[in-house]
Design a protein around this ligand. Structure first.
Ligand code: GDP
Ligand code: MG
Length: 372
């Protein structure tokens, strides 16, 4: 297949070359304006920038290879999507307990499977609306995603124990959320404890720029007890309220993209990869690329252990069919053809191998010969 320069691609997309270079950086490719990039890479870059890409004749002049059509997600195709929520806070303040409490209270096991699965995320339905909770360690998730230029969280729940108050990791979490531009809802946890002091928590939060609504600010604070499962409904209501204010929308009809949130190698099933769909819809049979892994989606399983054929915006789903195990935090994209998926994956494998060789200070015989 052919290639085209960064500049060509930028011109054809009607964007600045710097934008393309930035996207390439997120893919781990350092490029200059006149550098040639291959068609597969161009597809990924263009899709990430919101273009619909169609590969035309492969034999043609590289200039003619791609049909680039800005995908503005026509308003009539946009649908509201569930908010994606991450739980952050100081160690032992109750993040895991809160996530478990919400799951236990709100996720009803299905007749078929009967068991909810731990796939790194789950979805609850509250007042006929869905909310996706990321069940992965918040800080890590945030850091990995941010490093890749992605923002996968819509709302951050900051858990602060009412008996312990604001601690270093609380402050860290506030900074993470602020840097990512994610709205914060404070869950003041452990209010069942005799020495709980919610007012002290609110006081401490003001020192970090979070002023509670009831004190004239705009930070929503909800007192909860993960242990006694109180305050959960109020918390979910506030999440929905914040989500509504932010008018979260996505286009389920476009090609899918999103983020890998967990991955592992299963002896029987091979790579098992939990992804969070951001836009578009993943369907069984689709072709995906994530890092140097490619995938023809063989099967998908939701957090309730049910096999599903489709996963739309904000859905967390376990995907089977990956060629290798992509890292958590890696972006995934649907590509139009299996051939493209394989080629992108191969190129990235090759690049990874070369980087490893470089890092180890060794070079291969081929490298030596090709330089002569
Ligand atoms: P994490 O480190 O933030 O995930 O905190 P955990 O969820 O592991 O909770 C730390 C400890 O606090 C555990 O012993 C929990 O049982 C306890 N805990 C969590 N939530 C509550 C609560 O609402 N009330 C009380 N009394 N204890 C809680
Ligand atoms: Mg925990």
């Amino acid at each position: 297949t052919g290639s085209l320069t960064v500049k060509d691609l930028a011109e054809r997309m009607g964007v600045k070359s710097a934008e393309i270079i930035k996207q390439l950086m997120f893919l781990g490719i350092m490029a200059t304006i006149n550098q040639e990039i291959d068609v597969e890479t161009a597809v990924v870059v263009a899709e990430e920038m919101g273009f619909r890409v169609e590969i035309k004749e492969r034999e043609l002049d590289p200039e003619e290879l791609l049909e680039l059509e800005p995908e503005e997600d026509e308003p009539e195709k946009l649908q509201s999507r569930p908010p994606v929520v991450t739980v952050l806070g100081h160690v032992d303040h109750g993040k895991t307990s809160l996530l478990d409490a919400i799951r236990d209270a709100k996720v009803t096991a299905t007749e078929a499977g009967g068991i909810t699965q731990h796939i790194g995320a789950y979805q609850v339905k509250y007042q006929q609306k869905r909310i996706t909770f990321l069940d992965t360690p918040g800080h890590e998730a945030f850091t990995a995603m941010r490093a890749r230029g992605a923002r996968i969280t819509d709302v951050a729940i900051l858990v602060v124990a009412a008996d312990d108050g604001v601690k270093p990791q609380t402050v860290e979490a506030i900074n993470h959320a602020k840097a990512a531009g994610v709205p914060i809802i404070v869950a003041i946890n452990k209010i069942d404890k005799p020495d709980a002091n919610p007012d002290r928590v609110k006081q401490q939060l003001t020192e970090h720029g979070l002023v509670a609504e009831e004190w004239g600010g705009d930070t929503i604070c909800v007192p909860v007890s993960a242990l006694q499962k109180t305050g959960l409904d109020e918390l979910l209501e506030m999440i929905l309220l914040v989500a509504e204010m932010n008018e979260l929308k996505a286009n389920p009809f476009r090609s899918a993209r999103g983020t890998v949130i967990e991955s592992q190698l299963d002896k029987g099933r091979g790579p098992v990869v939990t992804v969070l769909v951001e836009n578009g819809t993943v369907e069984v049979g689709d072709f995906l690329v994530a890092g140097s892994a490619f995938c023809r989606v063989r099967a998908m399983i939701d957090h309730k252990g049910r096999r599903v054929k489709k996963a739309g915006p904000s859905a967390p789903v376990e995907v089977l069919g990956f060629s290798e195990v992509p890292q958590a935090g890696e972006r995934f994209y649907e590509v139009p053809e299996e051939k493209v998926a394989r080629q992108i994956a191969l190129k990235r494998q090759e690049r990874k191998r070369q980087q490893e060789l470089k890092a180890s200070g060794r070079i291969s015989l081929e490298d030596v010969f090709s330089r002569i």
